[in-house]
Write a protein that binds this ligand. Sequence first.
Ligand SMILES: Nc1ncnc2c1ncn2[C@@H]1O[C@H](COP(=O)(O)OP(=O)(O)OP(=O)(O)O)[C@@H](O)[C@H]1O
Length: 261
Amino acid sequence: MITKITSHSTLSINKLSVGYDDKIVVSNISFDLQKGELAAIVGINGIGKSTLLRTLGNFQPKISGTIEIEGKELYSYNEIQIASKISVVLTEPIASKNLSVYELLALGRQPYTNWLGKLAADDISIINNSISLLELESFLDKKCFQLSDGQLQRILIARALIQDTNIILLDEPTTHLDLYHKVQILKLLKSIAHKTNKVILFTSHEIELAIQLCDKMLILDGRENAFNEPCKLIKNKKFDSLFPADTISFDANTGSFRIMK
Ligand SMILES: Nc1ncnc2c1ncn2[C@@H]1O[C@H](COP(=O)(O)OP(=O)(O)OP(=O)(O)O)[C@@H](O)[C@H]1O
């Protein structure tokens, strides 16, 4: 008997519409992400980046279309299976600020530990790897409420890595970071995606950094919602109409935006 080998995209979206009871926010989005790709969702305020990300992370129901994880519809997995496939870092403040940094990080292993939450040697080793990758050693004994927003952001990214899922979704992971830490985090996400074959998808207003660092980008513009490699999006002039042309224009040679005087 010949066994057919099929290779599925890690994340496959087809004709997806997302939104709320009374309104569709983003409609008819299709894209695929393969193992090891870093991708950004960009677009103006209120266009629906977070709504899309929350829907992909199973935090809210889709309106129509399909979301497939490794070849199977997202909703065919149970909650625990989803937690071992997708980790999500949202912008909402965390409820558990009284935990120490180490305790918060350890919660990332919850999908894998027993009901007592006891960490095995493997769990501790994954936690320690992420601590050293994100250079968090000096924060471990602090309570989460003692951290700056930027420090907490890095801890939450580490927790997503500790959850060790094939897909990591992050809503504006660089918001509270200075330019150096923005670049550092995005480079780190890129290297993690490439080295560990994870799909990492994040929303961002850092379009110029995303152009330089991402393998793929989704431009939400309420019309075409183009998805492609950044250089192809530039070549096809997809960034040109993102902002009103009389205020901000896109320079294809430098991959950056210019203020019109
Ligand atoms: N819980 C909600 N119920 C109803 N409408 C909502 C809800 N949350 C967001 N919206 C609306 O959905 C639209 C998209 O919001 P969303 O937060 O997804 O945009 P965004 O692109 O992430 O914006 P920003 O760049 O400002 O963070 C907006 O019009 C917003 O008002």
